[in-house]
Design a protein around this ligand. Structure first.
Ligand code: URA
Length: 199
């Protein structure tokens, strides 16, 4: 039987992850961006990887995509303080263009190397439900056959968890301005499906 003392401690995991060298992404990145939220969270949201702002601040979804996420969560009736927010990959992968650091999609090797930390977070938080944000996070968990357009907003079974995939909040910012309201409404609708899984 698993007792509470056998469960991994999130703070301990965070401390270990701060020194992670499981793949090469740690070298140019500022720091590991571990998940954040209460260990008692009923919902775990998994994004792709920290962005430029997150890399500097050391916290997930605190930049422009995070602001869209916060707005969508509020409209879906989910308080961010009840959610554990993390990423499939915990270092920012980027390319330098002059002074700018341009996001580069993480590869399978980065996702695999980082799975250790996601598994630790799952074991420590034991959320009632999961939500993946974007195609990369969806594929990271459910494999390369995962198709976001087909699966978004559905309740799927994944490794004993109920999981609702949705789009990445930054896709709304990247889309045409005239399509943003509709895209945000669709993200909110998906998050309402996740809200329906609250115990
Ligand atoms: N995009 C992500 O996938 N995660 C973050 O933390 C920020 C932006």
């Amino acid at each position: 039987m698993t007792t509470v003392s056998d469960l991994p401690d999130l703070d301990e995991l965070r401390r270990e992850a701060a020194g992670c060298t499981r793949c090469e992404l740690y070298e140019p990145a500022t720091q590991t961006v571990f998940g954040e939220g209460p260990p008692s969270a009923w919902l775990m949201m998994v994004g792709e990887q920290p962005g430029d702002r997150e890399d500097v601040e050391g916290a997930p979804f605190v930049g422009p995509a995070g602001r869209v996420l916060d707005k969508a969560l509020e409209r879906a009736g989910i308080d961010r303080s009840e959610v554990y927010v993390t990423n499939a990959v915990k270092h920012f992968r980027f390319e330098r263009q002059g002074k700018r650091r341009i996001h580069k999609t993480p590869g399978v090797t980065h996702i695999r190397a980082c799975r250790h930390w996601l598994d630790g977070e799952l074991a420590a938080v034991r959320p009632a439900a999961l939500a993946t944000l974007g195609a990369v996070a969806g594929k990271a968990l459910m494999g390369s056959g995962f198709a976001i357009t087909k699966e978004r907003g559905k309740v799927l079974e994944w490794e004993g968890h109920r999981l609702v995939p949705t789009v990445h909040p930054s896709s709304i910012l990247r889309g045409p301005p005239e399509a943003r309201d509709e895209a945000l409404d669709a993200l909110v609708a998906d998050l309402r499906v996740a809200a329906g899984l609250r115990p």
